[in-house]
Design a binder for this molecule. Structure first.
Ligand SMILES: Nc1ncnc2c1ncn2[C@@H]1O[C@H](COP(=O)(O)OP(=O)(O)OP(=O)(O)O)[C@@H](O)[C@H]1O
Ligand SMILES: [Mg+2]
Length: 234
């Protein structure tokens, strides 16, 4: 379980995240929605210890992040908003590098990389340079890279941005499969239908504030989620 208590992030004069509090249950798919600049990425970065909150606290399985950084990092896998591969390395080399950062043994690295490449059907391009892959292939690689160390919690910042509908569906299938394996998933998205399809609950941020948090069914009460979203984020 992840618990955010009055979490705030201020950049100079910008209050990017304004005292948000909520919990994310183990095994759920939790969506963070909000317009550009609403504070989604800042929240993900605080959850993944890339940014320190200006105020407030985050707990993972009851433990505060402060002083438990190694434990927290071992729980987490991150799919960032922007592709950050070494494009001159091959698919395999990128995964290998990441696996080494997580101290997997040589045998574990080989087994895990084979298994994950198969899982997202990228075995055929394992020796291609990342720059040669299509956008959809790069996104799938970004996801399996985050899964190398078998994290219990996967955080994805706009995992299907700019993908065609077929590839987006494939990623939805992949995330549904991960959920069925008990992984907790936190994702941000601008695609309302993605949130409706995948998420058990969604939080809507507006100018750093939490303006709604519920299941999509409860939020909508028969109206389209997009309509509710627009009304809440004016
Ligand atoms: N490192 C930074 N320094 C200063 N301001 C920042 C920094 N990072 C984010 N901000 C500001 O914080 C606010 C929230 O940004 P954030 O990236 O969290 O939004 P977002 O919801 O992820 O938006 P998008 O949908 O465009 O990705 C914005 O006003 C942004 O300009
Ligand atoms: Mg963002």
């Amino acid at each position: 379980m992840i618990e955010l208590c009055d979490v705030e992030k201020i950049f100079g004069s910008v209050r990017a995240v304004d005292k948000i509090s909520f919990t994310i249950e183990r095994g759920e798919v939790f969506g963070l929605l909000g317009k550009n600049g609403a504070g989604k990425t800042t929240t993900i970065k605080m959850l993944t210890l890339q940014l320190k909150p200006t105020a407030g606290e985050i707990f993972f399985e009851g433990r505060p992040t402060l002083g438990n950084e190694i434990f927290v990092k071992s729980l987490l896998g991150l799919v960032p908003q922007h592709l950050n591969f070494d494009q001159d390395l091959t698919v395999e080399e990128n995964l290998e590098l990441h696996a080494r950062l997580h101290h997997l043994s040589k045998a574990e690295r080989r087994e895990r990389i084979d298994e994950l490449l198969k899982f997202v059907e990228l075995e055929k391009v394992r020796r291609s340079n990342v720059r040669e892959l299509s956008g959809g292939m790069k996104r799938r690689l970004l996801i399996i890279r985050a899964l190398i160390h078998r994290p219990k919690i996967l955080l994805l910042d706009e995992p299907t941005v700019a993908l065609d509908p077929q590839v987006r569906r494939k990623i939805w299938e992949l995330l549904t499969d991960l959920k069925s394996r008990g992984i907790t998933i936190v994702l941000t998205t601008h695609y309302i239908e993605e949130a409706e399809f995948l998420c058990d609950r969604v939080a809507i941020l507006n100018r750093g504030r939490l303006v709604a948090l519920d299941t999509t069914e409860n939020l909508c009460a028969g109206r389209p989620l997009e309509e509710i979203f627009i009304a809440l984020t004016k």
